[in-house]
Design a protein around this ligand. Sequence first.
Ligand SMILES: C[S@@+](CC[C@H](N)C(=O)[O-])C[C@H]1O[C@@H](n2cnc3c(N)ncnc32)[C@H](O)[C@@H]1O
Length: 479
Amino acid sequence: MPQDNKRNNTGRPAAGKTVYNTIAKSTRQLALEAMVSIMENGEYCDKVLHSILEKYPLEQRDRAFLMRLVEGTVERCIELDYVIDRYSKLPVAKQKPMVREILRLAVYQIMYMDQVPDSAACNEAVKLACTNHLIPLKGFVNGVLRNVVRFYEDTPYPKAKDEVRHLSVWYSMPEWIVTRFIDQYGFEKTEAILQNFLQEDRGISLRCNLSRASKDEITTSLQNQGVKVESGKLFPVSLHIKNYGRLGDLEAFKNGWVQVQDESSLIVGAAAPVDESSVVIDVCAAPGGKSIHLADKMNGEGLIRACDLTKDKVSLIRQNLIRTGFHNVKLKKHDAMEFLPEWEKTADVVIADLPCSGLGVIGHKADIKYKTKLQDIKTLAQQQKKILQTVYRYVKPGGILLYSTCTIAPEENEQQAEWIRQNLPFEPVSLEDIVPAAAKCETAGNGYIQILPDLAGGDGFFLAAFRRKELGDNGKDGY
Ligand SMILES: C[S@@+](CC[C@H](N)C(=O)[O-])C[C@H]1O[C@@H](n2cnc3c(N)ncnc32)[C@H](O)[C@@H]1O
């Protein structure tokens, strides 16, 4: 836990060689537009950045600056607002949206980007105010930022005895989420989870398609392109990469040897008892991580039916299939809530990796913490039940249902597993044999596991595994 109540340099990234005070103003303008879209209009951070980068082919250095600035500002927004509020007469909540976003971006640069001189952060913010028709407010922007520069290192943070507020500001996490985590896991574990979400330079995880190339071949190819590669902590088939520039430029990616997939979620593929003759139905499959994991495990044989709700989502899976070259996956645009009679009792394995509140992936997608509301958890749990009530019928008697989410909310996880056990014709299947040593836990024997984000530095993930009971003598489900 932090030893004092003010932000000091310890949480900051190490100073690099590049000095960013010469970054073109347009890059900061793009950052401002991105922040307005994300924080004011509720758009998704990854989509906004993706579309900006498609539209403006920035040089590698500007691209890295833009990504770091926007993602960092979103990630630390609660703390930044707390600091701004201390040095502004007008609270953040009452500022004009554009001014608020200019200040957030500038304060992030002052507090977290050692490569940006404070004077550059202030001057560029004032210029942004001028170019965005806020000339009368340039004095206000300048005044707040000069105060922040002068005093922020002495800012008193909420005291540790006010646990929720303290962790909320220190780790920029909405109070309702902090409260839930403390109730579930206690103060220390909560702090470890929150710390993990704010890891600097976390890179990404790739899963090797071992039917396409060996792990050694893949590692060598990545290293030859200057990528920093580390083996996974839970599953050896996972690689963590950093310093990779643009993913699409990597030979291993272009060749289809790897798939972007967080390490914790590999547990679904590990738990699926498939072979080259299996039939799998993946009811919520986009962008295809788990389907392609199984396609690889099945050596491109057997049949995987992969569905998702919209054309765009199905096309994401298709793009990944074209790149990886698997022909054993059939795609379908389909709403998982609608029953398809022709699929009844046809699958050896049904994967129900369902839409969820996403509280486990905040480390990769920081905007989730602002978008998700407490009420959403209830609504999502209801939707998950509806989907489960439909798709369980696709599992053959004796076949496997894998229910998973990337959240850490008991209503969507443990309670949902218990609901399946009590209401559907399934019995839990022990996960003890497939849970990696680092993730061993008591619940694995009862067929479910909650992986927390601090375990291996990846996402939070939940899996529950069930076997469908054999039909009774009357041919009906033996509840
Ligand atoms: C957690 S993501 C799935 C990730 C995917 N299994 C993977 O490994 O790449 C949930 C997916 O469910 C889809 N979805 C949401 N509601 C759905 C529905 N009613 N029917 C089918 N898909 C749905 C979303 O579009 C989203 O792609």
